[in-house]
Design a protein around this ligand. Structure first.
Ligand SMILES: [Fe+2]
Length: 417
């Protein structure tokens, strides 16, 4: 993150003697990315280093490693019904990878319960962004508490120790993981690191963690750490992991409401880069762009075709999550929670009569909401879980004879309405 944040109390000069409890020297930790060269935060632990394990590590009683069906090696687009997947478990144990690449993974988690009391999770190999499709609750980490609700992103840096507690009977998350840090798209920022006045995102609209009083507690505190391609190892700390007196820096969890992506329209069709919210890696050579398709006025040129063109982005696999069915190009094909996977090796386009239908939408705003991720030079594979929940007719849904649900051109409104 570009915004430097400070919470709690830290010594006025870094790496100097500091006490929160008389005669108990605090312990400093740097949580950093790209070695010592990327975004980092300074964490001040009240008494113990975060390295103190009191039991030998062991394999956790669950794994997050994906497996793949034989069909994953056949080139085809996929449509996965994540809305039809069952709710189960907690946010971590119920996490199901649906597409996976060497650097990026997308999963669905539909928990019905909070994580077990005083247990913690840490993704030790990938940065995370949760998109909350439904539910509310709180993500507690050493950085503090972040409340979440429907339609927000929760960004969680690699290496953060956290737990997820639900305040609703169930929740539904789309989870994006990347081996690289996930940040706002850097071209939205000026040389001073501030969002430009033309940017669709404003960095000061993020919500940062509320740091409660430190937990100075001894005991056994299990942390399930994901590493090495989805393996999970349980380590046991001898002190509560939420023991920070304070922290400061640029690497921390935050919430960003998708409504804070302020869409930009133009007279003719606007291509997805203007919908970009986050990016990860060394774009466009690696990593991905993550877009928020928020309601935006369709082009108002007198001959505008609001439906997108067919596109063949040969270096990108496109992954798209539909928060509602109001998406002109896929109307009659998708439902709430539909997830499409279009490999870069083939082009894709709207289905059926979407282009003709869209002519009536010139200058109108559709109540669509979708999250899209385009990888760069990374091929994704459908997992067995994703394959089980696929729409088997999707690959043939562009055929002239393909049956579609009735598309009514729903969800469009005039901007003044
Ligand atoms: Fe596309």
């Amino acid at each position: 993150m570009v915004l430097i944040v400070k919470k709690g109390t830290v010594p006025p000069t870094p790496h100097t003697e500091f006490y929160a409890i008389p005669k108990v020297l605090t312990r400093e930790e740097i949580h950093g990315s790209y070695g010592f060269s990327g975004a980092w935060s300074r964490k001040v632990h009240v008494r113990s280093y975060p390295t103190e394990q009191v039991k030998p590590p062991r394999k956790a009683d669950f794994s997050l490693a994906p497996d793949f069906p034989p069909e994953a090696d056949v080139l085809q687009p996929y449509h996965i019904f994540t809305g039809r997947m069952p709710h189960e478990g907690d946010a971590i144990r119920g996490r199901k990878p649906i597409v996976h690449g060497t650097r990026t993974t997308l999963s669905i988690s539909k928990p019905t319960e909070s994580m077990p009391k005083e247990t913690f999770f840490r993704n030790g190999e990938r940065h995370e962004v949760y998109f909350v499709q439904d539910g509310e609750g709180v993500v507690r980490s050493e950085y503090g508490d972040l409340k979440f609700r429907k339609n927000v992103y929760v960004a969680m840096p690699k290496g953060t120790t956290y737990r997820i507690e639900l305040a609703s009977p169930k929740a539904w998350f789309l989870l994006v993981e990347s081996m690289y840090p996930i940040n706002f798209a850097p071209h939205y920022f000026n040389k001073e690191g501030q969002a430009t006045l033309m940017s669709p995102v404003v960095e000061t609209e993020i919500e940062t963690p509320e740091l409660p009083a430190y937990r100075d507690e001894r005991g056994e505190f299990p942390v399930d750490v994901k590493h090495a391609g989805g393996k999970v190892t349980r380590i046991t700390l001898g002190h509560h992991p939420f023991d920070l007196v304070g922290w400061e820096g640029a690497l921390y969890p935050f919430v960003f409401d998708v409504k804070s992506h302020h869409g930009i329209a133009r007279e003719i069709h606007t291509a997805p880069p203007m919908h970009q919210t986050f990016q990860s890696g060394n774009v466009p050579h690696s990593g991905f762009s993550l877009c928020s398709f928020v309601p935006v006025m369709a082009g108002w040129h007198p001959l505008e075709v609001p439906a997108p063109y067919a596109h063949f982005n040969v270096d990108s696999d496109e992954l798209m999550f539909f928060c509602n069915p109001f998406y002109g190009a896929r109307e009659g094909v998708v439902e709430e929670g539909s997830f499409t996977f279009h490999p870069g090796s083939t082009p894709h386009s709207p289905q059926g009569k979407a282009a003709e239908r869209s002519l009536a939408a010139r200058g109108k705003v559709q109540g669509r909401l979708a999250v899209m991720l385009d990888t760069y030079f990374e091929s994704m594979r459908i997992t067995t879980y994703g394959f089980v929940h696929r729409d088997p007719s999707y690959v043939l849904s562009w055929a002239e004879t393909a049956p579609h649900a009735e598309a009514k051109g729903e969800g469009w409104e005039s901007p003044s309405a």
